[in-house]
Ligand binder design. Structure first.
Ligand code: ADP
Ligand code: ASP
Ligand code: MG
Length: 406
């Protein structure tokens, strides 16, 4: 008897019709003899609606109360799903994160799962009851409710699969697997049957929201068999592979992007090693994550220092920089909050050169100016003006022969 954790995202449970369709799918599996633990997101649009409500009441809502509100979306979908399964003659029980014993740290809005205690879930499974768990939420040791950050239901599912040692964690969504890039931006994108864990980590961390990055990290830590599939159509989806790959991996296997980048440049600061720390310490002390960093020497003794942050952190970062710029005697601070980041990813890059040159050539031919570059062993990222995002993704997709028919 196989044990599956099956997670269904917002669109997959976005209407009563969709909930009924998903209930049919779960019922088929359960009647076929599988043990299933279900994890659900809130119905599509619900979490955004709740967030908007909060911001209508307060510009800066208290993180604890925001979690109290944001976590309610999942309570609706899980209870409806339990009813839909019971109507089909199956035993099912909806569980909030707390009831399912999902324990997290205390960082409201971005809590990390520390542990899932299994006695409750195992107890239900032993009685042939299908647990329907609210994704995206947990509780602290002190009994406080927390949420895991947007897209966090993926991580709930993986953490439960790890704790129960499930045969597979199946992430059902509105696309039928992981594609070479977001099929909404490049309709020619190709579905992959399998992807290496390493590549999936890069794609997720560089913006491909099909799997929340933390779910991939968690899966890697516990070696959870992980698959992305469609809740709308049949198919095998995409398997995340842990074993290293065939020798002839493509140079580039996917393209990810992130729209919400912003850059800040201190022009004309002293060209000294300590300057980076002086600039970045107040930023990181404020909990702002810095992504790309470039330091360029301009004239003798002077340098420009540029870094990027998420657009939500842009104005805070800018005000934190003003006193630093003054102290360092910078000529001025340049800023741009209309950037995006496009990244090409592939394990095949490890042993081959030429990806960077092809990437810059392609962007150059389209007249796209590259503002910042960062690389690792298996990825190259560029920051460009956001208006060029679609053009960049499509031309790189074609230049690296990623399309189905190329
Ligand atoms: P869910 O609500 O099921 O969690 P998400 O919206 O979080 O779904 O993630 C699925 C979406 O991820 C797809 O609709 C697609 O637009 C987007 N996406 C981005 N990059 C990729 C990719 N490389 N492969 C597949 N989907 C991707
Ligand atoms: N409902 C949450 C969100 O919209 C969590 C999730 O869907 O994974 O981010
Ligand atoms: Mg998601």
């Amino acid at each position: 008897m196989a044990l599956y954790v099956q997670k269904f995202g917002g669109t997959s449970v976005g209407s009563l019709e969709r909930i009924e369709a998903v209930a049919d799918r779960i019922a088929r599996g359960a009647r076929g003899g599988d043990q299933i633990v279900v994890v659900l997101s809130a119905m599509a649009g619900e979490t955004n609606r709740l967030l908007q409500l909060a911001h209508q009441v307060s510009a800066d809502p208290d993180p604890r109360e925001l979690d109290m509100l944001m976590s309610t979306g999942e309570q609706i979908s899980i209870s409806l799903m339990a009813m839909a399964l019971q109507k089909r003659g199956l035993k099912a029980q909806a569980l909030l994160g707390d009831q399912a014993q999902v324990l997290t740290d205390a960082r409201h809005g971005k809590a990390r799962i520390k542990e899932v205690a299994t006695d409750k879930l195992n107890g239900l499974l032993a009685q042939q009851v299908i647990p329907i768990v609210a994704g995206f939420q947990g509780r602290t040791n002190e009994g406080e409710l927390t949420t895991l950050g947007r897209g966090g239901s993926d991580t709930t599912a993986v953490a439960i699969a790890a704790a129960l040692k499930a045969d597979e964690c199946q992430i059902y969504t509105d696309v039928d697997g992981v594609y070479t890039t977001d099929p909404r931006v490049e309709p020619k994108a190709r579905k992959m049957d399998a992807i290496t864990f390493e590549e999936m980590m890069e794609l997720s961390s560089l913006g491909a929201k099909v799997l929340q990055i933390r779910s991939v990290e968690y899966a890697g830590r516990y070696n959870v068999p992980l698959r992305v599939l469609s809740s709308f159509a049949p198919g095998e989806g995409t398997l995340i592979m842990y074993d290293q790959v065939n020798g002839n991996a493509p140079l580039v296997s996917g393209i990810a992007f992130n729209r919400d980048e912003a850059s800040l440049t201190l022009v004309g600061v002293p060209d000294e090693a300590s300057v980076a720390a002086q600039i970045l310490t107040p930023i990181s002390d404020a909990g702002i994550e810095v992504d790309m960093i470039v330091h360029t020497t301009t004239v003798a003794g002077k340098a420009d220092f540029t870094f990027t942050v998420h657009r939500n952190d842009f104005s805070q970062a800018k005000s934190l920089l003003a006193p630093v710029a003054q102290r360092l005697g910078a000529q001025h601070v340049k800023s741009d909050n209309s950037l995006c980041k496009v990244s090409v990813v592939g394990v095949g890059m490890k042993n081959h050169s030429g990806v960077a040159s092809r990437m810059f050539q392609t962007l150059g031919q389209e007249g796209i100016n590259v503002q910042l570059i960062s690389t690792s062993e298996i990825k190259i990222s560029v920051a460009i003006a956001e208006k060029y995002l679609e053009l960049a993704v499509r031309s790189l997709h074609s230049a690296f022969n990623l399309a189905a028919d190329e």
